[in-house]
Write a protein that binds this ligand. Sequence first.
Ligand code: NAP
Length: 312
Amino acid sequence: MGKSKVLVVGGTGYIGKRIVKASLALGHETHVLHRPEIGVEIEKVQMLLSFKAQGAHLVQGSFSDHQSLVDAVKRVDVVICAISGVHIRSHHILLQLKLVDAIKEAGNIKCFLPSEFGMDPARMDHAMEPGRVTFDEKMVVRKAIQNAGIPFTYISANCFAGYFLGGLCQIGRITPSRESVVLLGDANVKAIYVDEDDIAIYTIKTIDDPRTLNKTVYLRPPENILSQREVVRIWEKHIGKELKKSTISAEDFLATMKGLDYEQQVGLTHYYHVCYEGCLTNFEIGEDGVEASELYPEIKYTRVDEYLKRYL
Ligand SMILES: NC(=O)c1ccc[n+]([C@@H]2O[C@H](COP(=O)([O-])OP(=O)(O)OC[C@H]3O[C@@H](n4cnc5c(N)ncnc54)[C@H](OP(=O)(O)O)[C@@H]3O)[C@@H](O)[C@H]2O)c1
């Protein structure tokens, strides 16, 4: 059996472009949706052209043209959606539901990977407002997939390293200071950090793997399961000095929500669940899940220690 043909929807995005790269690197015939709505967004068009130069096929298709989505889906075996999350609010869910409709009609897809790539929404029933919108919407999409009888894999990627490690787990920062850090509570709660390129490789590895069919794949590279304190210590070792530390309690952290815009509030509640509550690590993977580094021990994932060196 040959390798599955892949369609990436949202291929110019932050995680999407890495998924296109990984799909090509692992030898899959790779198709990337080119929406006419991109228009003259020069960076996106140039990126799509560079994918083509690397061997990808660009497929015209619009979310406002159902038949074009069906036609795009019919070209491949696997669809991976990597469209943006909550900042386009209700669009995210509507777009993904349109894609589910197209996949259902096309009837040929052997696995659909919706745009997840974060915390497991099935475990976020208790999530706070307003951030819970992310999980509620992802669950609506899951329900539609399952009601349509579409085979699926859900990727629970935990923390994108660029967002969380870059800022030493502080919200609103994506580069580490050489002077100071604000610790979130006791800063001993463990989170899981994954290099975005590794997320993409693990994602592509799952698509021809029967062990991941109709499962949630958790990305838990064991050496990257660390508390904020441990992350800070690694950075301090790299720069050869100790940072000045202050602490923000959970209560004060949540109080900073006032005055933030909607998107920032969503992000803040996500950080709360990850860094104060420990929502990424406070459960065992159940029968409906598998763990990526166990499935693919051959992947040499990027360790936090290595990842942080790029900021030196
Ligand atoms: N675990 C984490 O730490 C973490 C962090 C961030 C995001 N995530 C998750 O990762 C997933 C992807 O997020 P991202 O940050 O990579 O996304 P992004 O870069 O913001 O956007 C990805 C793509 O979505 C498509 N898109 C955006 N607006 C659209 C619209 N109105 N209509 C149609 N397509 C539209 C575009 O694709 P094209 O222009 O190529 O069509 C865009 O390049 C989301 O599910 C998000 O929740 C997780």
